[in-house]
Design a protein around this ligand. Sequence first.
Ligand code: MLT
Length: 203
Amino acid sequence: MTSPDFIHRFVPAEDATAAPLLLLHGTGGDESDLLGLGRAIAPGAALLSPRGKVMEGAMPRFFRRLAEGVFDEDDVKRRADELADFVAWARSEYGIAAPVAVGFSNGANIAAAVLLRRPDALAGAALLRAMTPLSAPEPVDLRGAPVLMVNGDRDPIIPLADAERLAGLLTRSGARVTRKVLATGHALTREDLEIAADWLRAH
Ligand code: MLT
């Protein structure tokens, strides 16, 4: 398999029993951004952290948007497939199991798109501040896939109704969705990390 051209970091596991994490940063982040978060919520787990390839000015993202909250859905599909191919490559390169995606904001949205298009690429996903990435996805079988969604009730970027739409879509596709709505905005809080760590431990 040839290497897909995602700049990325890989941290090998120190605890072979911990599920590997696929860390997906938000707009303007990079492959180093969520390594600390990954270590905090899943000590000893292998960490695979790519940098989004779409540039919005100087800010890396995982897919193109036309405006805030308005996505170029053709690009979402193409980039989700490309990321799933990267995960397949990384699994064979680094000898890891299917990872659990942990995405923040734009990273959570691409993780949701991978779940909806290439469900076998992931063992589950923690979606921190996600919204619906595809308005009319093809039906998909997510039976049993664990998904955590954590949103903020005063998030100026993500209307709760949109997050609810995604939760409904994933649930109807068979995913085991755990939802939390925090009294907070778009930025991550300590509570997000505690919730994600507890959820990962339980799966
Ligand atoms: C997105 O574009 O994916 C969402 O609006 C979140 C963001 O990255 O600002």
